[in-house]
Design a protein. Sequence first.
Lengths: 61, 204
Amino acid sequence: MNVVEATATSGAVLGVVVVILLQQLGLLPLSQLLPAVITFLVAVAVGAILLGVVGWYVDRH
Amino acid sequence: MARHGSLAIGLAIALAASSILGTGTVGAGSWGRGEAARPSGIEPSDGLSTNVTWNGVGIGQASSAATAFVIGPGQSANVQFNYTEARGTAPVTNASLVLLYLGLTLSSVSIPTTTPAPVGGWQISWTFGSLIYLTEGVYQVDAQLLDANGSVLFQEPFYVDARAPYLVVSTIFAMAVILGLVELLWVRTVLRYRKSRQGRYRFR
């Protein structure tokens, strides 16, 4: 596993953690299935892209 | 190289911090309102007028996650259903509160009556239960009035914010912080390893 894959994976996990944290803080209701699934997918994608870019930057320099 | 590495680590710290600590700004936006997750209620049929209150406050006041009713461990809320059926048809026989999560019914409290009447009401003493310590957070609750066939005559969703002291939220926060630190440590280790290899090749 290279740097980009590792950081992207961590970002994806972090995205899920953040969504659960938001729900528990009373900011994000996850009542309906489809919006909740979409929310998790978006969080995973955003987390993976953000930390993946960081990993890519580190890997390149 | 070292400067770039520090910059990358700083950027990673900023990203992790903003994703973890920036929840307040996210909550103020459309996410916090939860409109996308909120199904439209079922308006009462002709001739049926309803009024549902949570500890004396109309449940319409908690129509979004931002204005959810707060309930703590060991606390109970009095949910009062009142209805008037002018036509006398399809009389209301049942009142229920349904707690939803991920489209599933987490709990359901239902009180039937054996003597349906054109005018009536129920009072439900509702508690979140002992699982509040594990499942704290904001949830949608559907207040429903049903007829003898189980058909929903009236449904209005509202939000409840279950608060428990510390435990799960702080645990998840700690997990996120640990995960971010491990990630940064790993990146730093990789950087050091590469730097040492580059240095070795340089002096050959």
